[in-house]
Ligand binder design. Structure first.
Ligand code: FE2
Length: 386
């Protein structure tokens, strides 16, 4: 620890001193949702978010127990999977949690090594290293459980040239809505139960070699009514960032508690996707029917110059347009960022998306937490869950 490690072969550079290097991660490989109707969900992500048809597995490809649609936009791959019979654990997952994220897959050089290193350190096995082959080569995958019923699957694809994974065929569609400028996954946030945040922080440190590089307590993250705590975990090269939230006591019910009630366990709260032109992306998403949390009040925008501080003169975007679209602004020592949050994308108030554009800032919009949570509370009020 503490030494500068450069992995020349993969261009990985260690940026977090305390993070360990027994689990080199090349990036997010895919995110798999278990859903009630994958065909319709795929249509939604294409139409509303501009994802592209990429690969498919199901009855037509010899898969009997499930159907999976793979969607792609730049570096982001979403897999939407549904059960084909009542015996399926996929169906059980949907019955308990509703639609939600089952798999956060991580791209690795060696899936056997990733499995051995993490299970040796206490990870619970989900899938032993498994070789899958077809005419395009072979993929090795292995998997471990993280919080709730969520899993990390390690994907080794250096000997594979196919569209996605063996068993999938390329999906050519006649319906191809234009992309909305979503580039890659910036971070993925997990909600865990009361007093469990530090357990999972320790788990990511010990089992995955991550480092806790930012922390927010309930004194920083609260409104008049509710509160939460959050710690941000990162792997060594900074490509994978997993903030972990837990509820905190307030006068009313925390949004994290609402999530836990409806997801019926810990799970993924939001997926933050990066764009390099948030004004165009958000205008496009809105026109396609994506619903965002309500626009912050005028007072919020009056305070933007103050929030930007030393970075005020760097703001390249028109503040009027930012306000019209309901986008939020925050800054840290290194720069500023623009962000906005969708409403939950399913009927249960569980998973939602964040759209983020970083202009130097590496933070998570702490200056926006209060305005954001007040906006969520207005929604909770309508749901009767505050
Ligand atoms: Fe976020």
């Amino acid at each position: 620890m503490g030494k500068e490690v450069k992995n020349v072969e993969y261009g990985l550079e260690k940026i977090f001193e305390g993070a360990q290097d027994f689990l080199p991660l090349l990036g997010t490989d895919y995110v798999e949702f278990y859903v009630g109707n994958a065909k319709q969900a795929a249509h939604f992500y294409k139409t509303a978010f501009g994802f592209q048809s990429h690969a498919y597995a199901g009855l037509e490809t010899g898969i009997k127990d499930r159907a999976s649609y793979v969607l792609k936009q730049n570096k982001i791959r979403l897999v939407l999977t549904t059960a084909m019979n009542s015996e399926s654990p996929i169906g059980e997952h949907v019955k308990k949690h509703g639609d939600g994220v089952k798999v956060i897959a991580l791209w690795v050089e060696d899936a056997r090594l990733a499995y051995n290193e993490t299970t040796k350190r206490g990870a619970k096995s989900f899938m032993e290293p498994t070789v899958e082959k077809d005419d395009d080569g072979e993929v090795v995958r292995s998997g471990i459980y993280t919080y709730g019923e969520t899993v990390h699957i390690f994907v080794e694809r250096k000997n594979y040239n196919g569209a996605f994974l063996p068993g999938y065929k390329k999906w050519d569609s006649d319906y191809n809505p234009t992309p909305t400028g979503l580039k890659f996954i910036d971070h993925m946030v997990g909600n865990v139960g009361w007093n469990e945040m530090n357990t999972w922080v320790k788990w990511y440190e010990e089992v995955m070699g991550f480092e806790n590089f930012l922390s927010f307590d309930d004194k920083q993250i609260h409104t008049d009514y509710s509160a939460l705590m959050s710690k941000v975990m990162s792997n060594g090269n900074g490509r994978i960032k997993f903030p972990i939230n837990e509820p905190a006591e307030g006068k009313k019910k925390s949004q994290i508690e609402e999530y836990l009630d409806y997801y019926e366990s810990s799970g993924v709260q939001h997926i933050a996707v990066a764009t390099d032109d948030i004004l165009t992306t958000v205008a496009d998403l809105r026109s396609r029917g994506v619903e965002f949390l309500s626009v912050p009040p005028q007072t919020y925008y009056d305070e933007v110059p103050e929030r930007l501080g030393a970075h005020d003169h760097e703001l390249q975007e028109d503040i009027k347009k930012i306000q019209e679209l309901g986008i939020m602004v925050d800054a840290d020592e290194e720069g500023y960022l623009l962000q906005i949050f969708t409403k939950p994308v399913e009927d249960r108030p569980t998973l939602f998306f964040e759209i983020i554009q970083r202009m130097g800032a590496r933070g998570f919009g702490a200056g926006n937490f209060k305005a954001l949570f007040e906006s969520i509370e207005r929604e909770q009020e309508l749901r009767g869950t505050l």
